[in-house]
Every structure is written in structure tokens, then in C-alpha cells.
Design a protein around this ligand. Structure first.
Ligand SMILES: Cc1cc2nc3c(=O)[nH]c(=O)nc-3n(C[C@H](O)[C@H](O)[C@H](O)COP(=O)(O)OP(=O)(O)OC[C@H]3O[C@@H](n4cnc5c(N)ncnc54)[C@H](O)[C@@H]3O)c2cc1C
Length: 263
């Protein structure tokens, strides 16, 4: 079977900084990582490949430095990796991003299963997987917590709906988005670590893809992020109430609650 996994280089939100003048996120290699749920998307593809055979192709769309996450995917076991990169793709919203990724997937061939993370940690829209499926005209199941390949041409997918587990039979080809509960992501292997710096990364630019220029980058993006600003949570203060008697403490408590407009 042919598997394809979409991975995204994201800003490690624990090290996030915003440029105070431009209001834009500061992105650099020191604070960039693979989106954590993409590790589970990769693991889903690797374990199915281990079970039924096949290849795992991995793509990311981003600036040249996003190649770092493709190398990490190679260390974990990816067979082929592609960087979808061009200035013309810059400033893309989810619609333009998913359109471009879908066109890159079409260019690379036909795949039985496409995996994405359910959502990214730096934009969190959870739209890319379903939008890729819609652009390619194939089915998708979001937020998978379990998968198994039991019948040729179909994937059984479990997902959690509130307190219940929904079991779906999905006709392939399809897109599945992965949650943390889906699996335990594997560590890079020694062989993979040796391979990662020598791997040939395929580059796909706008000129390589059958894209409509009006549907990529800023031109193809109906939404624009104007500014990102850090939100500093209000400082919490403790209030200690001490009265000589229970009645006095109760009165102090009551007036403190009134002052805070709780009652
Ligand atoms: C320079 C820059 C400018 C931007 N400007 C805007 C803007 O003006 N308006 C706006 O709305 N947004 C903007 N964005 C955000 C951008 O739209 C999102 O990063 C992108 O659309 C993906 O959305 P998401 O992370 O919410 O995807 P989600 O749907 O939350 O991601 C789910 C999964 O989809 C896959 N995926 C997501 N992105 C990629 C990718 N790039 N390559 C491969 N797989 C991917 C991964 O598997 C990921 O786990 C900008 C981003 C950048 C870097």
C-alpha cells in the first residue's frame, strides 16, 4: 500500500515569542519542532506499512528550514520526503495550504491512505486534513483513536465522540487525522539517524505543481492574520481571612466577596 503523511514544522509554543513591533511570531530553528500530533500520523503509516507492506512518503509545506522536520521523519522511517516550498506559497491560510498540499499529493501519485495530525499546536484549526480530502474528492475521518486494516480496500477507524467510541468502515483512498490516543510514536532508529543527513529531499515549487496561481499563497487566502499578541494571564492573589471569632471571620469573608463582586 502507498501511504502519505503531511507534517508541519511549528513554533514550539513553550518557547513562543512575538516581535513587539511587527506583531508577528518569531520563527527560527531554535524554537521549531515537528507538530507533536504528526508523530502519531507518522506512526500510523509506519505500523500499517510494517503490517501490510508498502511505502511511506512524507511532505511538508513551508520555508526551506522546514526541511528539518522531513529529516526527523526519515530518522523515524520515512521512505521518501518532499518539501513544498516557494515564496508564492507564503502567507497561505488553511484553504490555500490544503489546496497546495492536495495538488502536491496529486503530483506525487495516488495514495491509499493519507495521514495528518488532527491539529497543529501553532494554528489549531484542524481544517487541513478534511480540506485536503475535500479537494481530492475522497473521504476523511478526523480525530482517530484507533485504526485496523482488516478487509482489502477498507480501513476500520475508531474515534471518540464524547464518552462513546464510534467505529467506522472507511473505503480507501481516504484521509485520516491522528490524535495522541492513536498510538505510541516510535523513536528514531540508529539506521534512520545515519540516513537523515544524507537523504535527498525532493523540492516542489509552484512551477512544479498544477496550481491555479489565484488559489495559492496570500492571493488564495480569504483570511489574513493581522497580528499575534501574547496574552498575559492576570496575576492571582491569595486572600487570607482571619477573624477572632467565627462570626467576625464570616463578616470579613462576606465583605471580601462583595468587594470582588462575587456576590
Ligand atoms: C508565514 C505565515 C503566514 C501565515 N499567514 C496566515 C494568514 O494570513 N491567515 C491565516 O489564516 N493563516 C495564516 N497562517 C497560518 C497558516 O494558515 C496555517 O499554518 C496553515 O494553514 C495550517 O493551518 P493549521 O496549522 O491550523 O492546520 P491544522 O489543520 O490544525 O493542522 C492539522 C495537520 O495538517 C497538516 N498540516 C498543516 N499545515 C501543514 C503544512 N504546512 N505542511 C504539511 N502538513 C500540514 C499536519 O499534519 C497537521 O498536523 C500563516 C502561517 C505562516 C507560516
Amino acid at each position: 500500500m502507498k501511504f502519505l503523511v503531511c507534517i508541519k514544522q511549528v513554533v514550539d509554543t513553550s518557547k513562543m515569542e512575538v516581535d513587539p513591533t511587527t506583531g508577528r511570531l518569531k520563527r527560527n530553528n531554535a524554537n521549531s519542532i515537528m507538530n507533536p500530533l504528526d508523530l502519531h500520523a507518522l506512526e500510523a503509516a509506519f505500523s500499517l506499512r510494517d503490517e501490510v507492506g508498502g511505502t511511506v512518503t512524507v511532505i511538508t509545506m513551508g520555508p526551506p528550514q522546514a526541511a528539518a522536520v522531513l529529516k526527523d521523519a526519515v530518522a523515524m522511517g520515512a521512505d521518501e520526503v518532499y518539501l513544498v516550498t516557494d515564496r508564492a506559497f507564503g502567507g497561505a491560510d488553511t484553504l490555500a495550504t490544503s489546496y497546495t498540499l492536495a495538488k502536491a499529493i496529486e503530483k506525487l501519485g495516488t495514495f491509499d491512505l493519507i495521514f495528518c495530525g488532527q491539529e497543529s499546536i501553532d494554528s489549531n484549526t484542524a481544517q487541513i486534513g478534511p480540506e485536503i480530502a475535500a479537494t481530492l474528492g475522497i473521504a476523511d475521518v478526523s480525530a482517530a483513536v484507533g485504526i485496523s486494516y482488516e478487509k482489502e480496500g477498507f480501513l476500520t477507524v475508531k474515534r471518540q465522540i464524547g464518552g462513546n467510541i464510534e467505529v467506522l468502515e472507511l473505503a480507501l483512498p481516504a484521509v485520516v487525522t491522528a490524535t495522541e490516543a492513536l498510538n505510541h510514536a516510535r523513536y528514531p532508529s540508529i539506521k534512520g539517524l545515519l540516513k537523515k543527513d544524507e537523504v535527498e529531499i525532493g523540492n516542489l515549487t509552484a512551477a512544479d505543481l498544477p496550481v491555479d496561481p489565484a488559489r495559492i499563497g496570500m492571493k488564495g487566502s480569504p483570511t489574513q492574520v493581522r497580528q499575534v499578541r501574547p496574552v498575559v494571564p492576570p496575576k492571582k492573589e491569595n486572600l487570607r481571612i482571619e477573624g477572632k471569632t467565627t462570626e467576625e471571620a464570616a463578616d470579613l469573608f462576606l465583605s471580601a466577596m462583595q468587594k470582588l463582586k462575587v456576590i
